[in-house]
Unconditional design. Structure first.
Ligand code: IPD
Ligand code: CA
Ligand code: CA
Ligand code: CA
Length: 265
């Protein structure tokens, strides 16, 4: 099976823009938290569900035999060999508080719909509140709007601005804090942007030099990982902890291994 990658990309871009516009409109109308999922930080709004329903419906209409994996509505296997991996609103806490760093993340992957085993073909991350659209296709480069993205190949740790995130599972927090404490002294500074997809796009765009976080889910990183790699950076889904949570590291080629050494475990 050969996939028509430009057609998949055009579809993902159109749906991400429509979904982003809906998220932004709902934000302007006022957002309330619909439910708390696992812990206080792990919230879902009506908009998360509505936006995922829209994306799922558009994909089903356009490509009924593809599979789907979304944060809010789960997995549905397909028969075409292509699966769409979707985070309808990445950065829901930012969204709920009116911080503009949230994004719709859509990836088309081939092979088993399992992070680490699939091949990402297309990745689109659209941040509607700042109207920035990041996209990449396998072999076709990474782009922010019309600008091709290329990471700085050599950045020394001492000059590196890094980003991180804290997963929802409280069992990771001690490790998260210890990791930040190890990284801070060797880096310029550390940011917590609050949306993993935008952390990854920030690496691709050179807005940060590296990113690390333990415990992301496939929909958090599926699109952003391809955007990093197509910008010439490295993305690693590294050793899982005892609860199966991988450590994610992304950085330019010169910094990546050094960051891995400090960030692990
Ligand atoms: C979360 C965000 C956050 C990251 C969490 C993710 P959500 O996704 O990307 O930055 O630290 O690990 O779960 O729940 O806002 O889609
Ligand atoms: Ca969530
Ligand atoms: Ca997410
Ligand atoms: Ca989400």
């Amino acid at each position: 099976m050969t996939a028509d990658i430009p057609a998949l990309e055009a579809l993902a871009v159109a749906i991400a823009r429509e979904a982003g516009a809906l998220a932004r409109q709902r934000r302007e109308e006022g957002v309330s938290i619909a439910a708390t999922k696992s812990v206080l930080a792990d919230i879902v709004t009506e908009a998360d569900r509505e936006v995922e329903d829209l994306i799922r419906e558009r994909l089903r209409d356009a490509r009924p035999s593809d599979g789907f994996l979304g944060e809010e509505s789960g997995a549905e296997p397909g028969t075409s060999g292509i699966t769409w991996v979707v985070d309808p609103i990445d950065g829901t806490v930012n969204y709920a508080y009116g911080i503009p760093m949230y994004a719709v993340s859509i990836a088309a992957v081939s092979g088993p719909p399992v992070a680490g085993e699939w091949t990402a073909l297309v990745g689109v991350v659209y941040a509607p509140a700042i109207d920035e659209l990041f996209r990449a296709t396998r072999g076709g480069g990474a782009w922010l709007g019309d600008r091709r993205l290329e990471v700085e190949p050599e950045v020394s740790p001492a000059g590196a601005l890094l980003a991180t995130g804290f997963g929802y599972d409280p069992a990771t927090h001690a490790g998260d804090i210890a990791r930040v404490a190890r990284v801070m002294p060797i880096a310029r500074d550390v940011r917590r942007i609050g949306a993993a997809s935008l952390d990854l796009c920030s690496v691709a765009a050179g807005r940060v030099d590296g990113y690390f976080e333990r415990g992301l889910k496939p929909w958090d990183h599926a699109a952003g990982a391809l955007i990093v790699e197509e910008a010439g950076g490295r993305f690693g889904l590294l050793e899982e902890d005892d609860r199966g949570r991988p450590l994610i590291v992304a950085a330019g080629p010169g910094l990546f291994e050094r960051l891995v050494v400090v960030a692990l475990p």
